[in-house]
Design a protein around this ligand. Structure first.
Ligand code: TYM
Length: 333
């Protein structure tokens, strides 16, 4: 029987700002747990992906280091898990170029994220934004990942990585493991608190819609109290109640309670009681991590030592795949 030990997991995170509650519930929290389930985990900060949108250089560097510290504070175990910064492992850019040449213009044009981001950044629709999925496919395929745990918004990107892997394997014989997406039951799509029809995102213009993992308790409480709901005032999961559904999803993800349990808990109570309860659960969930984070982020030498030691470990795995690919396509090694 196969065990998890023989399975590899890969996931990565953009570091264009402080992580949101969406990143935390849809991804980070589950990924930390997967370490204890015996998988070989490889995680990284996708700073090259961040360049597809114009960044302030000093801020990108700052956010990258802070994001690294946040994952350490969450309990990433560097003895078991490889955790690095993407740009420090050059194999990602190298494989991405090769995969660009095995990906069709048509399939890249159909990507929802490309359509959304090019609408949002109409003054900077660059080549990187368009070929982003090839870099992401390289991230995944370099490590021969079996599973890619992500929030629901990244499913299409994992699917194109599968298509690219299958196409390449079809031409050159078995080269890449074809990865499966792994999407959580609760928290897979945390929506903006101000516009529950769009996902919670670091780049949300309305910062009241977005909970940052570093927000203090008063801010978290205030943002939840202002969250958009509806005039029905009943805590129940139903079509047309997107704001409440979102809050219930967050509460379920944090407390582990099911929707019927939550509906019973708040029966006869209005949103006036429900919203602070969700806020309180989130505050208590984040509190211990925020405390550890403050210590770790202050220790710059320790942080730097961690990410510098991790990059060669990632590179050693990535290099094996890249060499195989280079040989197959006819490059001189
Ligand atoms: P990114 O940086 O946007 O998000 C990181 C992770 O957080 C999840 N996530 C959410 N989950 C639930 N609700 C939300 N509102 C929410 N917002 C974000 C994302 O699904 C993701 O799992 N392209 C990727 C980064 C990447 C990557 C990879 C991921 C680069 N290479 C290789 C997996 C494998 C991205 O921009 O995620």
């Amino acid at each position: 029987m196969e065990t998890n030990e023989s399975k590899r997991i890969l996931s990565m995170y953009q570091c264009t700002g402080t992580f949101t509650l969406g990143n935390y519930l849809g991804a980070l929290r589950n990924h930390i747990k997967l370490q204890q389930e015996g998988y070989q985990c490889v995680y990284a900060l996708a700073d090259l992906h961040a360049l597809t949108v114009r960044q302030v250089p000093a801020e990108l560097r700052k956010y990258t280091k802070e994001a690294y510290a946040w994952l350490l504070a969450m309990g990433i175990d560097l003895e078991k898990t490889v955790f690095f910064i993407q740009s420090q492992v050059p194999e990602h850019s190298q494989l991405a170029w090769i995969l660009n040449c095995y990906t069709q213009f048509g399939e890249l044009s159909r990507m929802t994220q490309f359509k959304d981001k090019s609408a949002k950044h109409a003054d900077n629709i660059n080549g990187g934004l368009f070929t982003y999925p090839c870099l992401m496919a390289a991230d995944i395929l370099l490590y021969q990942a079996d599973f890619v745990p992500v929030g629901a918004d990244q499913k299409q990107h994992v699917e194109i990585a599968r298509d690219i892997a299958e196409r390449f394997n079809g031409i050159y014989g078995d080269t890449f493991t074809v990865p499966e997406p792994m999407i959580p039951q609760h928290g897979a799509r945390v929506m903006s608190l101000q516009n529950p029809l769009s996902k919670m995102s670091k780049s949300d213009e309305n910062q009241n819609g977005n909970i940052s993992v570093l927000d203090d308790p008063d801010t978290i409480l205030r943002k939840f109290k202002r969250a958009k709901t509806d005039s029905d005032s009943q805590v129940r999961f139903a079509e047309g109640k997107e704001g409440v559904n979102n809050l219930m999803g967050i509460y379920a993800a944090v407390t582990g309670k099911s929707y019927p349990e939550i509906e019973r808990e708040f029966e006869g109570k209005g949103y006036g009681e429900f919203k602070p309860a969700v806020a309180e659960a989130v505050i208590e969930e984040l509190r211990p991590i925020q405390e550890r984070y403050r210590q770790i982020v202050a220790d710059k030498a320790y942080l730097e030592q961690c990410y510098r030691e991790q990059a060669p470990k990632a590179s050693a795995i990535a290099r094996r795949t890249l060499s195989k690919v280079m040989k197959k396509v006819g490059l001189v090694l």
